[in-house]
Ligand binder design. Structure first.
Ligand code: SF4
Length: 424
């Protein structure tokens, strides 16, 4: 594509996260869910984990990951009958907790209890690829149609207070062009929304032109063998890259800049995680973004102080002290200049609180022509499986085949179709 705008990894801070030091520990408390999302990572097979099993996983992650936040995922995490005790256990162990939820079963009473037990934030997965009750009998859904649903949940979190709010969507060829509208919605509701995450649609390709192996044995892979197996008619969906999402955002929001990234484990050109933080006021006026130097200083200082890296802010707004970073970060200098220009014209808005809209882009595993799988280098979303750390996005392979699946693509044309890489 000639009109793509690429992020340049040389201008970005490579986040210092690794297997043993990561800001996040991923715990799937259940695989039960109350809706179905296309591209879901998990098959509903074994139900809720026991509280003891979950506590063991949390302690394992604390010890081996030194994590700052425990992400409670599923399935639908809030369906676990002991979710309040789980959140309390995370807090007792000195970590933050973030719940990933589709929101359907969430209410003020439960959220208040979770907050009182130490919950730090809620990350909503609400998008047009889900079979949500709000979408029943509706056709040709765009991401925009779900904004009223999102606002309902964002206000629910705001009513309880003191929690951060994240909204994530799975990006596929059908909704990628809705991203700017979705971001505009977040900007217009910046008093309720902190973070947006865009996860490109992922899946293990199922084809008779691919041989699959698990534990050294040839295995048969079918559409229903994994929550994320995709058949040939959907292969174009798994070819959306982080650069496609970045470019779509950058074209519409010139003030958006990214500051840090994680690359791939096999492909030096991959950008797997991409983080940007737009600075704006509570009226939604954008001034610019923070740059790589801020992220580097903040990660380093936080690690120096706590011995951990971080990814989730506890506070929901930046003070004007963010502009102190103008001394070391040219993106913040530009943002400060824009802010001053604006205040000269609108002096009364000097006291309008400054906020940050955090935008994360994640590009899950890519399947290469040589049979390797390009994962996120320093994967933050690792979970515990049989006493080992594994990438949570591939847990289904371990659960159903006893190991990660390795494969050989016999057809060269298919191999190159599945290996789209931007030559940046
Ligand atoms: S490799 Fe890790 S961070 Fe990347 S998609 Fe998989 S679980 Fe998430």
């Amino acid at each position: 594509m000639t009109d793509m705008i690429y992020p340049n990894h040389k201008d970005l801070y490579r986040l210092p996260w690794s297997l043993n030091e990561s800001p996040i520990g991923w715990v799937e408390v259940t695989d039960v869910c109350n809706i179905h999302c296309e591209g879901c990572y998990r098959l509903n097979k074994s139900g809720h984990k026991t509280l003891d099993e979950i506590k063991d996983e949390i302690l394992f992650l604390k010890k081996w990951r030194k994590c700052d936040t425990v992400t409670l995922a599923g399935g639908e995490a809030i369906l676990h009958p002991e979710i309040v005790d789980i959140v309390m256990f995370v807090k007792q162990n000195g970590m933050k907790s973030m719940i990933i939820t589709n929101g359907v079963a969430l209410n003020v009473k439960l959220l208040t209890k979770l907050k009182e037990s130490g919950l730090t934030g809620v990350s909503f997965h609400i998008d047009s690829t889900q079979n949500r009750p709000e979408l029943k009998n509706k056709k040709n859904i765009s991401e925009l149609d779900l904004n009223a649903v999102r606002l309902h949940y964002a206000k629910l979190v705001a009513d309880v207070g003191g929690l951060t709010t994240t909204f994530g969507i799975t990006v596929d060829p059908e909704n990628i062009n809705d991203i700017p509208l979705f971001i505009n919605w977040a900007i217009n509701n910046i008093n309720y929304v902190n973070t947006l995450t865009f996860i490109t649609y992922r899946g293990m390709p199922v084809s008779s032109d691919i041989d699959y192996f698990a534990n050294g044995e040839k295995v048969e892979l079918k559409k229903n063998s994994l929550g994320y197996a995709v058949s040939e008619e959907d292969f174009d969906k798994i070819n959306i890259k982080s650069q496609d999402v970045y470019s779509t955002i950058k074209k519409h929001f010139p003030y958006y800049n990214v500051n840090s990234y994680l690359g791939g484990t096999h492909n030096h050109k991959s950008i797997k995680w991409l983080i940007g933080n737009i600075i704006l006021n509570s009226k939604g006026k954008m001034f610019g973004s923070i740059g790589n130097r801020v992220m580097e200083l903040v990660q380093t200082f936080y690690h120096y102080k706590t011995g951990r890296y971080f990814v989730h802010f506890k506070k929901q707004r930046f003070g004007k002290k963010i502009f102190l970073f103008a001394l070391v970060d040219k993106k913040v200098r530009k943002t400060f200049t824009e802010f001053c220009r604006y205040i000269l014209i609108h002096p009364l808005l000097l006291f309008s609180p400054l906020k940050s809209l955090n935008i994360g882009i994640v590009q899950p595993p890519d399947f290469s022509a040589d049979g390797t799988v390009d994962m996120c280098d320093g994967c933050p979303d690792m979970c515990v499986y049989e006493g080992k750390l594994i990438n949570s996005c591939r847990l289904d392979e371990c659960l159903n085949f006893g190991s990660f699946i390795r494969f050989y693509i016999k057809d060269k044309k298919l191999a190159s179709q599945l290996s789209k890489t931007y030559d940046v």
